[in-house]
Design a binder for this molecule. Structure first.
Ligand code: GDP
Ligand code: MG
Length: 172
């Protein structure tokens, strides 16, 4: 079993904590303290192989790029989160993506998954699937639409990222 660390990044209020806690504890937390940064661990079997993920749920100071830089340097895989109910939050995903490319080196892509949250809030949806599809193919990063509340497609996000990390970081 190997240990991979993953950093969850995105604008405030998009659902980073809800997504992380759903994955590691399998519960939905309605009002998670937006200032709490927490690191969680869980094991997961993907393609018959058990591994451990250490997931850092970042909080608060994302607007300070210097702190993002610390997170990005320390992370092996990244979950870039935006809310399907708030189109403006896609901008932060693009900023983070560019920052990761710059810090990790543009030649080799870092393991990244883009996640649109709050899929259950159909009436509040602002981001069309076609929009994310075209960004995702331009960026060459897989994307998932999820709901932490309903537990839709949450595990798939981390499975995809683990597969990418295994390829990128073969046995060390
Ligand atoms: P963070 O600041 O990115 O960590 O965002 P939170 O995880 O604290 O979530 C912000 C708000 O969105 C909270 O009120 C959550 O209950 C709500 N939320 C998060 N994920 C979902 C979801 O999948 N569905 C719904 N309906 N609400 C969500
Ligand atoms: Mg949070």
């Amino acid at each position: 079993m190997r240990l991979f660390n993953v950093v969850v990044l995105g604008a405030g209020g998009v659902g980073k904590s809800a997504l992380t806690v759903r994955f590691v504890r399998d519960v939905f937390v309605e009002n998670y303290d937006p200032t709490i940064e927490e690191e969680y661990r869980r094991t997961i079997t993907v393609d018959g192989q058990l591994d451990s993920l250490e997931v850092l749920d970042t909080a608060g100071a994302e607007q300070f790029t210097s702190l993002n830089e610390v997170y990005i340097k320390s992370g092996r895989g990244f979950v870039l989160v935006f809310s399907l109910t708030q189109e403006a939050t896609l901008q932060e995903v693009d900023n983070l993506r560019k920052q990761i490319l710059r810090i990790k080196g543009g030649d080799t892509t870092a393991p990244i998954v883009v996640v649109g949250t709050k899929l259950d809030l159909v009436n509040e949806r602002e981001v069309q699937r076609s929009t994310i599809e075209s960004l995702s193919s331009r960026w060459e990063i897989p994307f998932y639409e999820t709901s932490a509340k309903r537990n839709w497609h949450v595990t798939e996000v981390f499975e995809d990222l683990l597969r990418q990390m295994r390829v990128k970081f073969p046995a060390d």
